[in-house]
Design a protein around this ligand. Structure first.
Ligand code: ADP
Length: 478
């Protein structure tokens, strides 16, 4: 059964139950009113007939009640119709008898009981049913009038003729008014019932839509639950993978650290051996030999620098690096650094400018050794990645409560696509790799970590083939 049919069926079942229950009250009420004013002229035993009719009403109501209770759930549309029509027929017969057996015929209270079956039919059958029952009730009222004036005697008694009487005319007018009243009640009742059923339909549609929505929500919740479970599982897998990676990373760091330490001793041995040879301490060397030995010495120096960088990163990451903050005159640190790098700059035909602040800056607390590495890396990079004839400008200034240090060059620049990786370990931009083959990609990583440890910030602006500026700010209060 579709939801709509189910809804229709259950509302019909409910209305029928409700009317059967109501009959237990309005039946006795009509009976009591009837026996209070019996029409002695109508029959010799009005109370007896009325009581008999009442008992029949009770018995049929009990039958309806029983049928509905035992078979109500399986009843089809047609069986329902029969049950409901029987109910209305029983009511009509009972009220008709009440009407004709009580005083005054059409003038008495009896006809008002017909409102009940009309209303009942509104509930059970809607517009058409209510009009039909209104017409039937009107017909019964007319019948009662004719019975009252014994019109039908002309068919059964000889020499009996139909005669108009004032009483008959009055009763007919009265009956017509009541008939009209029934029609009006039937019409309006039906009209209201139609409105109500439309509203019911609207509500039902809404309910169905809501139910659909609820079902969809339930489905979504189920999907969400599954996704959540999947996520938890993924999370566990990722955690396991992460743990493994951390372990591998630790192992890798340990290996790098061991290798770097092991390399340091032979590299220093090579350094000193080459130095002794270059200085001619063990015998004279030809200029050609000296040139070759110097190149070897430089390469060895770069190797030592690389190993030192690797060891510095290892120290940084393992947290073994100790910081010692002491107040320094920052401009002095910068000037010393420029001075030490000047020979390389001159060698590459690069001019280095320094714009010192007009007034002496307040002393700032830094770890001079670590800050030395930062300055060296930034100025050295600027020189390294600028072509011959270029200019590198270094500056220090006070910017509100911060110390601002910058290095600008008009070198190769950093490509936009690689800007976000510049501070990562071992990262070197493509254009840098082509220009300078040597380089570890560790300098900026170390510089960033040192600046952050000082509570400062490091960033850059760069345009390829135009130049780059690196900025560092450090808090005076740090
Ligand atoms: P390295 O210089 O040894 O390659 P760094 O960590 O110091 O490593 O720098 C990382 C990368 O950042 C460089 O390889 C280069 O691509 C880029 N870079 C740094 N400074 C500059 C600069 N002044 N001009 C252009 N590129 C730079």
């Amino acid at each position: 059964m579709s939801i709509e049919n189910e809804h229709h069926f259950s509302s019909r079942l409910q209305s029928t139950q409700w009317i059967i229950a109501a009959r237990w009250y309005y039946g006795p009420l009509a009976y009591v009113l009837g026996i209070m004013m019996p029409d002695e002229s109508a029959t010799s035993h009005p109370v007896f007939v009325l009581t008999f009719a009442f008992l029949l009403l009770l018995a049929s109501n009990a039958f309806f009640f029983y049928t509905l209770r035992t078979k109500g759930e399986e009843m089809g549309e047609h069986q329902f119709d029969i049950l409901n029509r029987s109910q209305i027929a029983v009511d009509l017969v009972f009220f008709f008898l009440t009407m004709i057996l009580t005083t005054g015929g059409v003038g008495n209270l009896g006809h008002s009981f017909f409102f009940i079956p009309i209303v009942v039919s509104v509930i059970l059958f809607g517009f058409r049913g209510s009009i039909t029952v209104a017409v039937a009730s009107g017909a019964l009222v007319f019948l009662s009038v004719f019975l009252h004036v014994e019109v039908f005697n002309i068919f059964f008694i000889e020499d009996q003729y139909f005669e108009w009487s004032h009483e008959l005319l009055q009763s007919l007018i009265h009956a017509s008014i009541i008939f009209l009243l029934y029609l009006l009640i039937g019409y309006f009742g039906g009209y209201i019932s139609r409105l109500l059923s439309m509203r019911d339909q609207l509500l039902f549609d809404q309910m169905r839509k809501d139910a659909l929505q609820v079902r969809r929500l339930e489905e979504l919740t189920r999907e969400f639950d599954q996704s959540a479970k999947l996520l938890v599982r993924r999370d566990l897998q990722l955690s396991a993978a992460n743990e493994k990676l951390t372990q591998l990373d630790k192992m890798k760091s340990e290996i790098i650290s061991i290798v770097a330490h092991q390399l340091r001793t032979p590299l220093s041995a090579i350094k000193w051996t080459l130095k002794i040879l270059i200085d001619g301490d063990v015998g004279p060397v030809t200029p050609e030999q000296k040139d070759l030995l110097s190149k070897g010495f430089e390469s060895n120096e770069r190797m030592i620098g690389l190993v030192n960088d690797v060891l510095a990163v290892d120290k940084l990451e393992s947290g073994k690096l100790k910081y010692e903050f002491i107040p320094v005159q920052f401009e002095d640190l910068v000037q010393d650094m420029i001075r030490s790098l000047l020979p390389i700059a001159t060698q590459q035909n690069i001019r280095v400018e320094f714009s010192s602040p007009e007034q002496l800056l307040p002393r700032i607390k830094v770890d001079p050794d670590k800050m030395h590495d930062v300055l060296q890396n930034l100025i050295d990079n600027a020189i390294k990645y600028t072509r011959s004839g270029g200019v590198v400008s270094v500056g220090v200034a006070m910017d509100r409560s911060l110390l601002h240090f910058w290095v600008t060059d008009n070198g190769i620049g950093i490509p936009d696509s690689e800007k976000n990786k510049i501070f990562s370990r071992f990262f070197r931009a493509n254009n840098a790799v082509h220009t300078k083959t040597e380089g570890s990609g560790l300098g900026l990583f170390i510089a960033q970590s040192v600046v952050k440890r000082h509570g400062g910030e490091i960033w850059f602006e760069s345009v390829v083939d135009v130049g780059t500026t690196f900025h560092v700010t450090l808090p005076f209060s740090g």
